[in-house]
Design a protein around this ligand. Sequence first.
Ligand code: SAM
Length: 343
Amino acid sequence: MAVADVPVADTLGRPVRDLRISVTDRCQFRCTYCMPREVFGRDFAFLPRAQLLTFEELTRVARIFAGLGVRKLRLTGGEPLLRRDLDKLVAMLAGIDSIQDVALTTNGALLAQKAKALAAAGLRRVTVSLDSLDDATFMTLNDAHFPVARVLEAIAAAADAGLAPVKVNMVVRRGVNEQSILPMAAHFRHSGHVLRFIEYMDVGTTNGWRLDDVIPAAEIIAQVGGQWPIEPVAPTYPGEVASRYRYWDGAGEIGVIASVTQPFCRGCTRVRLSADGQLYTCLFAAAGHDLRGPLRSGASDQALREQITAVWARRTDRYSEQRTRRTRQQPVRPKVEMSRIGG
Ligand code: SAM
């Protein structure tokens, strides 16, 4: 059997199922928890265009991963909709045999104008980030003076384009937007969309993370459930990142992503490709594996497959589980390239 037809497993028996592709390291927002202006200011050296993988290169890598077991692709960034003609890439990826799902995580700024073309190209799902319904709070967080109304319009436009239900990601940071938890839940009840609360993650020295800033998912669930009774729902698929809950009164469901307090490394089937072609087997991996070099120096599909298979087969990552244990004693700072965070 050709290597292409053999699903791979890592040292903990985890298959590779989801490929998160960062299509750009740039973003118009300067979210304080993600790309703070002090670090990503005017002088920050973003990648020159020539260093980004082309659509053809991205599609080639995705096709090889599909042969190794990947079924879902998610486009992220930076802000993926800043990459010109993204709908063309979506169409190329959606055309790969055995890829069942192409999804996108976006801040929504450019989504209203692009949703129809993306859906027509084969995008199946969209996740939109929104951290508050209160303009002052949201603008403090996005640090780009971007109003809530534009994100809500983007969510509506995505639904109109056939991308409903939309997932809405809210990063919760203590003392910053915790007062937005219940208004956000109230707003998205009965909307058909799925609000997901994300524990504020440590992304290295850039966002000044402290454990005290994290509102544990259990606290969020208690807060929402105290207002509108909820019950857990079984995961949609093995390894699902969000824990799901449904409202008793039929108003829909919410999710929590508890990567800090309840790490889910054991079921992690995700691999990440940075905009410049580095492969990361964990969001917090210290180093990536270069694919752009081989891609641009004439490596065959077979050689690329063998390289990727070897990387995945050696994978031992359990960063978040180990960090949770260590944090109780002495925090260890990871170093995360932000373009690797995918929703
Ligand atoms: N620009 C797009 C967006 O805003 O959705 C895609 C990239 S963004 C890095 C992907 C997701 O990561 C967003 O939902 C964002 O809120 C989340 N994120 C970024 N930094 C985070 C942090 N420190 N903790 C938890 N989630 C974070």
